[in-house]
Design a protein around this ligand. Structure first.
Ligand SMILES: CC(C)(COP(=O)(O)OP(=O)(O)OC[C@H]1O[C@@H](n2cnc3c(N)ncnc32)[C@H](O)[C@@H]1OP(=O)(O)O)[C@@H](O)C(=O)NCCC(=O)NCCS
Length: 339
């Protein structure tokens, strides 16, 4: 472990033996200086977490639903002491990123684990935050154990790693910058996969997320809400929630102009009372519909597939010069009426 002191020098205080300054570290990692300073400040000299034993990793990756191609890359660049894939600066970042996320165990806000790296430089660069995730699995499991969370929920939740890696591969790497922050919610014990939905604790409401996991049938949603109603009072009795909430492109009422009333998306929408529209900061819903509807952020509209009613709607709406809206909605937890 190492810290960067006020004069910018980075000193050895633990396992990672590095001497560097912020500027040189940022240059070596090809990231902004501010990002390195932020990691250093947030992680301080707080404890990191050890990586699992290499012999246990194939089974662990399998349990986390990591696709074979990613599992092979992750193993090929395992950060053994002699690995040629790891520069001192990468080792520093892995160690401090793990410490930064661990320091916020139990926290529930989105958290960047560190700078967006030039992932094309190799598997260590590509998967640095995956190694941090793997180092934190035991920390997360202990947190879950402290809250008496069933193992099945723990592993279903943590296996979102593999789902995100698979999506990122479909997106040729375009998806990862958001995913590396998203996945810190899982490792900090903020998000739980309860059937079809992921439920996110710690804010004023239980925030619902919809993973890319097949159709959003009303029955599956109802069962998932039922599970969440029981889960939070049982495992987080000190937290009080009155409402479920959701923020998503799926809640844009303009979708009703295009999708049938009985489609799963519109039926999902009908559960929510929408909050007045406010353009969210730092999030462009026209980009988000490309992410979730096409899994490509850079293909031109006229090259995108038009094979489903939703995809045709997403394209036509944008080509007409209109915009999609990221909407927030909520409904009381005790409301169980179906849609
Ligand atoms: C949310 C989701 C499961 C809904 O899928 P669904 O249950 O099939 O939804 P609907 O029944 O409303 O689908 C209506 C139509 O839209 C199509 N459709 C729905 N979601 C689609 C998607 N992500 N991409 C392409 N087409 C989609 C369906 O195929 C159907 O078209 P068709 O009748 O021509 O076959 C799906 O969009 C998805 O997996 N999205 C990715 C995750 C996501 O967006 N999460 C929210 C993040 S904020």
């Amino acid at each position: 472990m190492s810290t960067i002191s006020s004069d910018g020098a980075c000193r050895r205080v633990g396992a990672v033996d590095v001497e560097m300054d912020v500027n040189a570290t940022a240059a070596a990692l090809a990231v902004p200086i501010d990002d390195v300073e932020k990691v250093s400040r947030l992680a301080g000299d707080r404890p990191s977490a050890p990586l699992p034993a290499k012999a246990d990793v194939p089974a662990l990756l399998d349990r986390l639903a990591v696709p074979p191609a990613d599992a092979a890359e992750i193993l090929s660049a395992w950060p053994d002491a002699e690995s040629p894939h790891w520069t001192p600066e990468l080792r520093w970042l892995l160690d401090r990123s793990t410490a930064l996320v661990r320091a916020d165990l139990g926290g529930s806000s989105w958290l960047s684990p560190g700078p967006e790296l030039p992932r094309e430089r190799g598997p260590a660069w590509r998967h640095l935050y995956v190694y941090a995730y793997l180092a934190l699995v035991d920390v997360t499991l202990q947190y879950h154990l402290d809250h008496a969370i069933p193992e099945t929920v723990s592993w279903a939740t943590l296996a979102d790693l593999g789902r995100n890696l698979a999506v990122d591969r479909r997106m040729h790497g375009e998806g990862w910058p958001v995913m590396q922050a998203w996945l810190t919610l899982h490792t900090r014990g903020a998000v739980y996969e309860l059937g079809r939905l992921q439920a996110h604790r710690g804010g004023a409401t239980i925030d619902l997320h919809v993973p890319d996991a097949g159709p959003l049938t009303p029955a599956a949603v109802t069962a998932s809400l039922e599970a969440a109603r029981a889960f939070f009072p049982r495992h987080f009795p000190d937290e009080q929630y009155a409402d479920f909430s959701c923020g998503s492109w799926l809640l844009d009422p303009q979708l009703r102009e295009y999708l049938p009333e009985e489609s799963n998306i519109i039926r999902f929408q009908r559960r929510f009372e929408l909050e007045p529209y406010e353009a969210p900061e730092g999030l462009d819903c026209d980009v988000e519909v490309l992410r979730f509807g096409f899994r490509s952020l850079t293909t031109s509209l006229d090259q995108l597939p038009r094979d489903t009613v939703l995809r045709r709607a997403l394209i036509d709406h944008l080509q007409a010069g209109r915009h999609w809206q990221w909407r927030r909605g909520r409904f009381p937890i005790e409301r169980t009426s179906s849609v």
